[in-house]
Design a protein around this ligand. Structure first.
Ligand SMILES: C[S@@+](CC[C@H](N)C(=O)[O-])C[C@H]1O[C@@H](n2cnc3c(N)ncnc32)[C@H](O)[C@@H]1O
Length: 306
């Protein structure tokens, strides 16, 4: 048995020595996670100088060692906070990032006066965080919504199904750059070509030769990171083309992108008569991070090609 304060101090030191900037907060999160309590209650245990069982102490040591080896904290605790939800995460599936919350926020702003029912498609869904957050927020506003979420990776699909289980979300395993692949997974969607109110996406977008510098990002699956072409815009461009097939005239598109792609992706959408009101949206660090556009009614919904 050891005093909880000693355990926390030791954890903080180990994390600081490993170069973790937020060592103090992360040590608290790890201990609270092991004790299965919130951080508020942890403060009370600290004030009372409570002891930790040797079993809990060993578990803390194990997780701190994992974190010191730069395993992302979310993989160790099994959850990531995203737009007010605790999203389950697992090694092998991309951890949702805080900047992507702006994508959710911007989509909700677009739907400010919507009464529904809405149809929304989340391409490259990963954990399903975006779909779950949109479903949760629209449900709170009493706006009926049906969502479909697509990922090519079976582990992501499995996790996304669990994260979106409380909501009306259909998760499909398919290639989001090919609407025919999505239709093969869900033939009933053929009647919804050209009928979606929004397509939202955070696809892989890193240029192929860009090394990932953040140690934690080394744990992300490669397929979640690299954009499928030397400059990284291969998958994002293909997704934007597919969005034209799915969206109804007046439908909303938002895509997260690499900060270096802002100008060229906005220009590509602007030069296409399928899009209007093309705009760039910044993330919380004032970095150009998202492109938004509205599908014009110049194009008729594209029929299925095969
Ligand atoms: C950057 S992660 C984003 C995940 C999630 N949208 C988020 O914001 O947390 C990109 C995701 O796209 C998936 N992916 C990569 N290529 C894909 C493709 N061609 N079709 C569908 N999903 C794809 C990866 O498996 C990964 O889950």
């Amino acid at each position: 048995m050891t005093d909880v304060n000693q355990v926390i101090q030791h954890a903080r030191r180990q994390l600081l020595d490993a170069g973790i900037d937020s060592a103090k907060a992360e040590a608290d999160i790890i201990v609270a996670h092991v004790l299965e309590i919130g951080r508020g209650k942890l403060g009370i245990l600290q004030a009372l100088g409570k002891d930790l069982s040797s079993q809990s102490e060993s578990r803390v040591t194990e997780l701190v060692e994992g974190r010191a080896a730069r395993t992302p904290l979310q993989y160790l605790t099994g959850t990531a906070g995203f737009y007010g939800l605790d999203v389950q995460v697992e090694p092998g599936v991309f951890i949702p990032r805080v900047e992507t919350e702006i994508l959710v926020e911007t989509t909700l702003q677009h739907f400010d006066n919507a009464v529904g029912p809405l149809r929304v498609l989340d391409l490259c869904t990963g954990t399903g965080a975006i779909a779950a957050a949109l479903a949760d927020q629209l449900q709170q506003r009493d706006v009926p919504v049906a969502l479909w979420a697509v990922d090519v990776d079976a582990a992501a699909v499995d996790l996304a199904r669990r994260n979106t289980a409380p909501y009306k979300v259909t998760v499909l395993c398919a290639d989001a750059t090919e609407s025919d692949s999505v239709l093969a997974a869900a033939p009933e969607l053929e009647t919804l070509l050209g009928a979606f109110d929004a397509v939202v996406t955070n696809p892989p977008y890193i240029p192929t030769e860009t090394p990932v510098t953040q140690p934690e990002a080394g744990f992300d699956p490669q397929r979640a990171l690299y954009g499928g072409s030397t400059d990284g815009t291969g998958i994002p461009r293909a997704i934007a083309d597919q969005a034209l097939r799915w969206l109804a005239p007046g439908g909303f598109f938002i895509m997260e992108h690499d900060h270096t792609h802002a100008g060229e992706l906005a220009a590509a959408l602007e030069s296409h008569d399928g899009w209007r009101n093309v705009a760039t949206v910044q993330d919380l660090t004032q970095t150009n991070r998202f492109v938004t556009a509205i599908r014009t009614d110049a194009l008729q919904p594209t029929p299925k090609t095969t």
